[in-house]
Write a protein that binds this ligand. Structure first.
Ligand SMILES: [Fe+2]
Ligand SMILES: [Fe+2]
Length: 177
């Protein structure tokens, strides 16, 4: 849980002003046992669902703060937006249309675990827009949705780089034998 993707900022370093502000928004969720369980699921190309959620949360926070929006709600929604506990790659785990269904499950879990406001609920439920047709109601919801796509792309390409590195290491090791 050290850093967001493409960021050099250590999220444990509360001497950093942005980190301290970010942590003030999400500390209760960030250090909860419930959210840590997301580490058991792969989300995109070697990135765990927990790391993905932190990535989305931190960028939602930064961009919303920059734009003068409700960055607390954006950060919290980002951290909870994929709070579902099944493997979406296994067809037997799926109930209904996954892009819509998992967002509703995450919203329900977020409500039960942490309590959420209207902005957080909207951002979580509609983070798959435009893959789902329900338009977000709040600007913060658009930020979370955009951060989700941005981070998914970064994680995808980061995963490819990781696979390339492992392949190179394996080849180098095999050549030494
Ligand atoms: Fe999602
Ligand atoms: Fe996501």
């Amino acid at each position: 849980m050290g850093k967001a993707i493409l960021s050099a900022v250590d999220l444990e370093n509360i001497n950093n002003t942005a980190v301290a502000e970010y942590m003030d928004c999400v500390r209760d969720i960030f250090y909860s046992d419930k959210i840590k369980k997301l580490d058991n699921y792969e989300q995109h190309n070697h990135t765990s669902r927990l790391q993905h959620s932190i990535n989305v949360s931190y960028y939602s926070f930064l961009w919303s703060r920059r734009l003068g929006l409700d960055y607390r709600s954006a950060a919290r929604a980002g951290l909870m937006h994929d709070m579902y506990f099944y493997d979406w790659r296994r067809p037997s785990s799926l109930r209904g249309y996954h892009p819509l269904w998992h967002a509703l499950v995450a919203c329900d879990n977020a409500k039960k675990e942490f309590g959420i406001n209207d902005i957080e609920a909207d951002a979580i439920k509609k983070h798959m827009w435009p893959c789902i047709i329900n338009f977000p109601k709040y600007r913060e919801s658009y930020i979370v949705s955009f951060a989700d796509k941005f981070c998914a792309m970064a994680e995808f390409f980061d995963g490819i780089e990781t696979v390339k590195k492992v392949t190179r290491l394996k080849a180098a090791y095999a050549a030494r034998k």
